[in-house]
Design a protein around this ligand. Structure first.
Ligand code: ADP
Ligand code: MG
Ligand code: ZN
Length: 614
């Protein structure tokens, strides 16, 4: 018997004890018995109403001669008087000719045992509960069901299956998940060729982008059972429950493979195991996480279980979760661009009667919104329509809905004003055009002005973004120029610069300093300055110079060199962008309209990439 079974048995016994005790109470007081004062009992006795008397330790039970209307026996119960000699009473009873007998209640075995054990059991659970709550994970606890996993199971039989048709605007993520679907449909085939399919797929993306929906769609497409559980459900009130739930979840899953186990909000369990947790909650989370790792390692991929998880905070996850054989495949569920938003709006307004609504226009008016927001917009529009007592939803209903939604979103900083969007568009275009113009920059993969997180208003993604161990001096100089591109574009087009370039400048300054101090790429010659502690990876900002092993004059020279590198980069960026101003404007305008530009679209705009070296 495993632990959760014991827990269930214990609970069952407690419930039984309570039931039995109550039942005895009910039995004893059965019939029409009336609790009366002693005096009233005496009166009844004197009046000759009493038929029979039972003397118990603490009370007197008097059966009456008179039957109730329904024909059942009537009786009255009175408490015995404390420390009273009852010879008098007995004489009286004899005189009235009432039958009487004594009855000594002995505590029967079971109630005695239960009444001594019950408090202990309750104390035990109370302790655990308090421990859990001190740690701050007491919410949402359902003590009657712990140990057993609360997984919601969606079966292939369920009527309204979610499929990929219901998920729009995240084509890339869908493409990556198709392989998982194919595997689940026919695990044998994959086994036969010996292909290894990812055991764990981690969906990463902002809240409301459709991660949960996607996971469900994968199950729906593959027509396999789908065990869904939220990370916060694992970590509950009682220590040890999370781990036991994980075990239970996987036991169930193995019985029904091929299937999907989906752990939503993985960060609730998977947070980095930081030391110093005093309270039970931390320990509980760790236990749960460890159990999860054990279970993930414990079956081999051919079983046909795919574990999917979702998080919007991948950075806090324990590194152990990402190791090979665990969540080794990560799928980015991005915020949708204009076309994606239109597609999502289309999905959600399937069931509405639309009257000449231009969803494209709606999509253009809702930058920064994610799937969940858009579902809300559609719903609000339908409500607005209902308020008008109209039968078909019109454009103005959508306008009203957007206005309502945007008020809320502005507060989150997720929706930019029009001037802000323009600025970000030119800034990112500046980076992109520079990357396309210099010789040694990594190719631009995508430019976007969809705000990702607070602080990053847009992004220019260059590939490869990692896995570089060596970079030449020319490459680093070009990187500096690209970093300057955003700021320079702002200088050219708008009055002055904005705070948006802050991160670029930080990275550029850091890189320039490393070129001088660590890589020996300046007129100061092949020499390093200072002793680096911390990370030494390229572009890593964790380098700090602990020990200064050079003179004040050298320090000044270093500063000058850094300055010169940055100035040169700025100068180059300026030259490129002012020479190609028309292209810059074209990219920016296209970005404003489409929000995201892929590599092909960009290269088409630039058409003939002229290499300008400096
Ligand atoms: P997440 O798990 O990423 O926070 P959900 O999957 O719970 O987001 O999305 C919440 C709701 O928003 C979904 O039930 C769906 O109605 C809507 N939604 C979100 N993203 C999409 C999408 N890409 N396509 C269609 N609907 C979406
Ligand atoms: Mg979710
Ligand atoms: Zn920038």
């Amino acid at each position: 018997m495993n632990r959760s079974a014991w827990v269930r048995l214990g609970l069952f016994l407690v419930a039984l004890a309570v039931a039995v005790t109550l039942w005895f109470r009910v039995l004893k007081l059965q019939g029409d018995s009336q609790v009366v004062p002693y005096s009233e009992f005496l009166v009844a006795l004197d009046e000759g109403k009493v038929n029979e008397v039972l003397l118990e330790n603490e009370r007197i039970l008097a059966k009456l001669k008179e039957k109730s209307k329904t024909g059942s026996e009537q009786s009255m119960v009175a408490s015995r008087l404390p420390n009273m000699d009852e010879r008098d009473l007995i004489a009286r009873l004899e005189q009235k000719g009432v039958k009487f007998s004594g009855h000594i209640e002995r505590d029967s075995f079971w109630p005695a045992v239960l009444s001594s054990i019950l408090p202990l059991v309750m104390l035990f659970f109370l302790f655990r509960a308090v421990g859990g709550m001190l740690g701050g994970v007491g919410r949402g606890a359902r003590p009657m069901s712990f140990g057993k996993s609360q997984a919601k199971i969606f079966d292939r039989s369920s009527e309204n299956r979610t499929t990929f048709v219901d998920v729009a605007g995240v084509e890339e993520a869908k493409n990556e998940l198709i392989e998982v679907v194919n595997y689940l449909k026919d695990p044998e085939k994959y086994k036969a060729v010996g292909a290894r399919v990812p055991k764990g797929v981690l969906l990463v993306g902002a809240p409301g982008t459709g991660k949960t929906l996607l996971a469900r769609a994968v199950a729906g497409e593959a027509q396999v059972p789908f065990f869904s559980m939220s990370g916060s459900e694992f970590v509950e009130m009682f220590v040890g429950v999370g781990a036991s739930r994980v075990r239970d979840l996987f036991t169930q899953a193995k019985e029904r493979a091929p299937c999907i186990v989906f752990i939503d909000e993985l960060d609730a369990v998977g947070k980095t195991r930081a030391g110093g947790g005093v309270f039970a909650a931390n320990e509980e989370r760790e236990q749960t996480l460890n159990q999860l790792l054990v279970e993930m390692d414990g079956f081999d991929a051919s079983v046909g279980i795919v574990i999917m998880a979702a998080t919007n905070r991948p950075e806090v996850l324990d590194k152990a979760l990402m190791r090979a054989g665990r969540f080794d495949r990560q799928v980015l569920v991005d915020r949708p661009d204009v076309r994606g938003r239109e597609a999502i709006l289309r999905v959600h307004s399937r069931r509405l009667k639309l009257d000449a609504v231009d969803l494209k226009l709606v999509a253009q008016r809702t930058p920064g919104m994610v799937g969940a927001d858009l579902a809300n917009v559609v719903n609000e529009a339908a409500l607005a329509c209902a308020r008008r007592d109209a039968m078909t939803v019109q454009q103005r209903d959508f306008e009203e809905a957007i206005d309502r939604m945007q008020l809320g979103l502005r507060k989150d900083g997720r929706v930019m004003s029009e001037p802000e969007r323009r600025r970000v568009a030119w800034h990112e275009s500046g980076h992109a055009l520079l990357a396309l113009s210099v010789k040694h920059a990594d190719p631009v993969h995508r430019v976007t002005i969809i705000p990702r997180s607070i602080g990053a208003l847009g992004a220019t993604l260059q590939l490869p973004t990692e896995d570089r161990y060596l970079m030449t001096e020319d490459e680093l100089r070009d990187t500096l120029a690209v970093l300057m591109g955003g700021r320079v574009a702002e200088e050219l087009v708008f009055d002055g610069v904005s705070t948006g370039a802050q991160n670029d400048l930080e990275r550029a300054s850091e890189l320039a300093r490393q070129m001088v101090c660590r890589f020996g790429m300046s007129s100061l010659g092949p020499q390093t300055f200072g002793k680096a502690s911390g990370s030494q990876f390229l572009g890593g900002s964790a380098v700090s110079f602990e020990e200064r092993n050079f003179s004040e004059a050298t320090a000044q020279a270093i500063d000058q060199e850094v300055r010169r590198l940055l100035d040169t980069a700025h100068q180059r960026a300026h030259e490129v962008l002012s020479a190609r101003r028309t292209v810059l404007d074209a990219i920016a305008r296209e970005l404003l309209e489409k929000e995201t530009l892929e590599r092909e679209a960009l290269e088409a705009l630039v058409r003939t990439p002229i290499a300008i070296t400096g």
